[in-house]
Design a protein around this ligand. Sequence first.
Ligand code: GLN
Length: 246
Amino acid sequence: MHLRIAHLYPAQMNIYGDRGNIITLVRRCMWRGIEVMVDAIHPGTTVAWPTYDMVFFGGGQDSGQALIADDFVQRQGVEVRAAIADGLVTLAICGGYQLLGNYFLTHAGEKLPGVGALDVHTIGGSRRLIGNMAIELDWSLADGAPGTLIGFENHSGRTYVGSGAQRIGRVLVGHGNNGEDASEGARAHNAFGCYLHGSLLPKNPHFADYLVRLALMRRYGRGDLAPLDDTNEFYAHTQMLKRCVA
Ligand code: GLN
């Protein structure tokens, strides 16, 4: 079996170690004999979206987002929206999450367009929302898997989830989408956006496997994954959770 991952704008959109999510997805697949190909999608690239199983979009500064927002919307917008509606497995963090939504009005007053694949919009505030975050997921990822995600947030944007998307969980510790309604992240089809840096997937291996299973199900119609020894990963997860909620 093999999977193909598109990594959106890695030069402009990669902060707080977000690339660790790609490394985690690739390694966890390789350990199970699943081949993975990762293609960097730079500005100006023509992408055959139906050939991809997953897309990853990391976070970025407002200035990094401004460099690629038009390319993303104009070159990829229509097709990436269609691919996501067709079940393309998507993980977008922070600045990437914001551009997957309808728009991001930065705190300097610049309106960056989004592709509208997730029904969210984001308004920049003058105070940044920074710190560790723990959330309780709104659904179960797998039998016996933790119902929590942990990570680190640092954003000025306040994101509001519209009726076409659902939050991914409830904030236990931290600010989440906007610091007001205790929501974190958004999902639609197999696309997930959230504010969890860290990087996210190394210490939330249950979420990494959930994404891989969705991608395998979509391509092969079955998503069984051989178990891995995640003692260290779940130790990290549990320790951070304890530290957050203590
Ligand atoms: N520039 C965006 C904001 O500040 C996203 C930041 C990020 O990706 N960490 O809201």
